[in-house]
Design a protein around this ligand. Structure first.
Ligand code: DGL
Length: 282
């Protein structure tokens, strides 16, 4: 079981920002990453649809033998984490929530900006996090419609990208924020541009390293770490990728975003008799 892969999924390439930190923190693990690019962006979709897709992807990951699942998507975590945990009560399932708690600890101006998708802001998880940790600070919520798509397309540089980023950043700057939370896993791929635009005094928080550390912790406590993890000889890692859209486009994104040359598998959505859908090889 400890040699089984860890499953990760996202609507698209965003979860690769988590994937690369998991590779860094847990080099002996095998990873299976699913990108539901047939439905990206999740951020504008209904909770029902995101839940249905997340459950079907989790079914696929479990059928592939995954020993744990990382929901490498704030949007899917916001609406599907509980149903996922109900369906697989024994499986470690990690979700993401915007890093409001560390931002509150860090801010000196008392104003924190959060960048996320509409569905993440509407989700209960986010509301609960703000209610628990952010009662004494001002939280400026910035819905970044279109930013995940920009990252999917690979338009990460240039004046158009800067102008778009600035339109998201301006309200947080105007409100006096000194700390910005990246509440969507696509956004760390433009973190350098964001930092350049807001200047060095602004803290910009990417939760991915903390998520990877937490995953290591959970696996260790559950006795699920791949053997070789603690030291001596690390077994060769195996990284697999699958997408519900065009595999060659995903392969290019893999090389561009995380420097990996891999051959991604194509998956398709297939109808089931009970009107739900499942994932299968194309
Ligand atoms: N990467 C995702 C997130 O963390 C979703 C972006 C999208 O599909 O809208 O929220």
């Amino acid at each position: 079981m400890s040699g089984a892969p860890i499953g990760l999924f996202d609507s698209g390439v965003g979860g690769l920002s988590i994937w690369r930190q998991v590779v860094h923190a847990l080099p002996a693990e095998s990873l299976l990453y699913v990108a539901d690019q047939a439905h990206v962006p999740y951020g504008n979709r209904s909770a029902t649809e995101i839940q249905a897709n997340s459950l079907a992807i989790a079914d696929y990951l479990v059928a592939e033998g995954c020993k744990a699942i990382v929901v490498a998507c704030n949007t899917a975590s916001a609406v599907a984490l509980e149903p996922l945990r109900q369906r697989f009560p024994k499986l470690p399932i990690l979700g993401l929530e915007p890093a409001v708690k560390p931002a509150v600890q860090l801010t000196r101006s008392g104003v924190v900006g959060v960048m996320a998708t509409p569905a993440t802001f509407q989700g209960q998880l986010y509301r609960a996090t703000v209610g628990r940790y952010a009662t004494a600070v001002q939280v400026v919520e910035q819905v970044c419609v279109g930013l995940a798509e920009l990252v999917e397309q690979g338009d990460l540089e240039g004046s158009d990208c800067d102008a778009r980023l600035m339109s998201y950043l301006q309200p947080m700057l105007a409100a006096g924020a000194d700390t910005i939370v990246l509440g969507c896993t696509h956004y760390p791929f433009v973190i350098e541009s964001i930092r350049r635009l807001v200047g060095p005094a602004m803290a910009v928080l990417d939760p991915a390293p903390a998520v990877a550390r937490h995953l290591a912790d959970v696996l260790e406590k559950a006795g699920l770490l791949a053997s070789g993890q603690q030291g001596a000889v690390a077994q060769p890692s195996r990284y697999r990728f699958a997408t519900t859209a065009d595999p060659s486009a995903f392969n290019r994104a893999l090389a561009r975003l995380v420097g990996v040359n891999s051959s991604c598998q194509a998956l398709i959505w297939m109808p089931r008799s009970d009107e739900s859908r499942c994932l299968g090889p194309a």
